[in-house]
Design a binder for this molecule. Structure first.
Ligand code: GLN
Length: 274
């Protein structure tokens, strides 16, 4: 006899997992929704299920994002497939998407670019909500682009996927709106240790954490239409630095928005050519 559903969930919590994570992983193993578990406390796992479940719990307890274990993450109402090739999309990044949506009328055919798209989260969320927009998404990592393109395919959302560094694959083109959640964690930030299961390329450019933001802001004047918007996600303590970068590049009146936790998380500005 192996363990019951209730005992498996208790074991997960004893291993240090949140109750919810334990339920989601057990649901995955048993191929049942979370609600089913509650009504089946005394059902027993097979030996194989118990083994798979305890291996998943050990991985979660060692810090692997839940999304890598389940293979999916919900972002802005879309169910995205994710893998360790891409950053686990954060709910905070929905702030950036919401801001972009406020700037884009429902039936817009605007040209949009997402720089450093990873799983495709921002590009796909914008295309989903603004179907007539023309959306391009850039990433340096071919493995990330494969994940993103597969998401686009599964969700039936047509995006132009471009491999390269920031603006490089978009040379000579201008956009009405550019959004980016680039790597911005400083190279020596101790926080990186807790994020070690995610691609370092997506998390940190090294140094003070601002190099990717510098490259994006520097290239923006050549790639924005007059009146076009640049919206950037950044670290909780980088709003002033990003505002200064935008001013220096010739943007007027940058503004900052806070994330769900109340931290200044996104700064953006409109391009008015001199
Ligand atoms: N917001 C992420 C974190 O600090 C970092 C994401 C990023 O660098 N773009 O966990």
């Amino acid at each position: 006899m192996t363990i019951t559903v209730a005992a498996a969930l208790a074991q997960a919590q004893a291993a240090g997992l949140d109750r919810l994570d334990g339920q989601l992983l057990l649901g995955l193993v048993l191929q049942q929704p979370r609600a089913w578990l509650i009504a089946h406390d005394t059902d027993r796992l097979s030996a194989g299920q118990a083994e798979v479940f305890s291996a998943l719990c050990a991985r979660r307890a060692s810090g692997e994002p839940l999304a890598y274990l389940t293979g999916e993450r919900e972002f802005h109402g879309l169910r995205l497939r994710v893998s360790p090739a891409v950053l686990d999309p954060r709910a905070d990044t929905e702030t950036l998407v919401d801001w972009a949506l406020e700037l884009l009328p429902e039936n817009t055919n605007a040209s949009i670019a997402d720089l450093g798209t990873g799983s495709g989260a921002i590009a796909l969320a914008l295309k989903h909500r603004r179907p007539a927009a023309r959306v391009s998404a850039v990433d340096l990592s071919p493995a990330a682009l494969a994940v993103a393109a597969a998401n686009g395919e599964r969700l039936g959302l047509a995006i132009e996927w471009c491999e390269g560094s920031w603006w490089q694959p978009l040379a000579g083109r201008r956009f009405d709106l550019v959004a980016s959640n680039p790597p911005y964690v400083a190279g020596a930030d101790p926080h990186l240790q807790a994020l070690r299961h995610e691609p370092q390329l997506a998390l940190t450019p090294g140094g003070d954490g601002l190099d990717a933001l510098r490259a994006i802001v520097a290239g923006a004047p050549d790639h924005l239409e007059p009146g076009g918007w640049l919206l950037l996600e950044h670290g909780w303590d980088q709003a002033d630095a990003v505002t200064a970068l935008l001013h220096r590049a010739g943007f007027a009146a940058p503004r900052t928005r806070r994330d769900l936790a109340g931290q200044p998380r996104c700064t953006g500005a409109r391009w008015a050519p001199p």
